[in-house]
Design a binder for this molecule. Structure first.
Ligand SMILES: Cc1ncc(C[n+]2csc(CCOP(=O)(O)OP(=O)(O)O)c2C)c(N)n1
Ligand SMILES: [Mg+2]
Length: 316
């Protein structure tokens, strides 16, 4: 049992250290463009993917998707290389931070059109009803995306067709710089599932074991044709909306408060109380720090993408 727990910890740590390194690379100008980090939201990606049968099952993350890719098993070297615009990137440096795609891992592409992943996930789920693959699709959206028309259409269509889709709402309480309280009259977004005739529930998205056990219970039902489920996973983003966001909209003390309940701090406490020696945890942390530093160096040493091949991979 402890080895399973340590694996959940490892996966969350890989994501956190990766994101911290991405922030440094972005500030240093090695990575260009807008970058959205998922620090604080790792337990959702790790808990959900741990209950899936990837790559038969498919995941549709948002632009805040580095953690989902890593949780789906994308090699950190190839993901760093992708963000750094290198030939060796998972998409040859063409997808970058917000648009990369790793179908071999069941990661069917980030998307910067807020809410659009839901509609595409429905397509993958609809295909599953025809091809008999047993696939389920996971559509990841934010709290802000719950106010998009496309999301409501997707929820209704998935409900009516009993599609094998799990809608994961990463509720980090902000849509860009606007608190969700200023955008929705209700603060329990899972309640929007019932008007469409589907099950909705809210869980603590900072509790990796709870995310995993919830999905282990729900996924088989969705897979067997019981229809879609919407899971609101309450979390916090420990960083700005994008790298460079000064977060002046936060209340005094807010960042300090959410740092106390973030998934990594909490899970370390859980493991210690499960009699895992602190030295074991320290060693895992050191190993992952090294793994991420090595991955960064390997990616930085690889060649930049060749601009003359820019039109390759485009459909005519
Ligand atoms: C259709 C559309 N409308 C607006 C935007 C601008 N936009 C980019 S991110 C974002 C916030 C979305 O918030 P949320 O769904 O809570 O996701 P989070 O960034 O918190 O993960 C908005 C409004 C967009 N990219 N696409
Ligand atoms: Mg949000």
């Amino acid at each position: 049992v402890n080895s399973e727990k340590l694996e959940l910890l490892r996966r969350m740590l890989i994501i956190r250290r990766f994101e911290e390194e991405v922030e440094r690379l972005r500030i240093a100008g090695e990575i260009v463009g807008s970058v959205h980090l998922c620090n604080g939201q790792e337990a959702i990606a790790v808990g959900v993917t741990s209950a899936l049968n990837l790559p038969v099952d498919v995941v549709f993350p948002t632009y805040r998707g580095h953690g989902w890719s890593l949780a789906c098993g994308v090699d950190p070297v190839r993901l760093f290389a992708e963000l750094l615009g290198r030939e060796t990137g998972i998409n040859g440096g063409r997808g970058g931070s917000a648009y990369h795609f790793a179908p071999a891992n069941g990661m069917y592409g980030e998307n910067s059109i807020v809410g659009a992943g839901t509609v595409i996930a429905n397509g993958a789920a609809l295909a599953a009803q025809f091809d008999g693959s047993g696939r389920i699709a996971v559509a990841v959206i934010g709290d802000g995306a719950m106010n998009q028309g496309s999301v409501h259409e997707a929820l209704n269509f998935a409900a009516v067709r009993s599609l094998p889709v799990v809608f994961i709402v990463e509720n980090n309480r902000y849509s860009e710089l606007t608190p969700i309280a200023g955008m929705a009259k209700i603060d329990r977004l899972y309640r929007r599932a019932s008007p469409y005739g589907i099950q909705g529930l809210r869980i603590d998205g900072n509790d990796v074991e709870l995310v995993r056990s919830t999905l282990l219970e729900i996924v088989p039902r969705v897979r067997s044709g019981d229809g879609p489920v919407l899971i609101e996973a309450a979390t916090e983003r420990l960083v700005g909306h994008y790298i460079g966001d000064a977060q002046i909209y936060r209340k005094p003390g807010e960042l300090e408060a959410i740092a106390r309940t973030e998934p990594l701090v909490r899970y370390r406490d859980v493991l210690v109380s499960n009699a895992v020696p602190a030295e074991t945890l320290d060693e895992i942390e050191r190993n992952i720090e090294q793994l991420i530093a090595d991955a960064r160096d390997e990616a930085l040493a690889s060649p930049l993408s060749d601009p003359t091949t820019v039109s390759e991979y485009l459909l005519a």
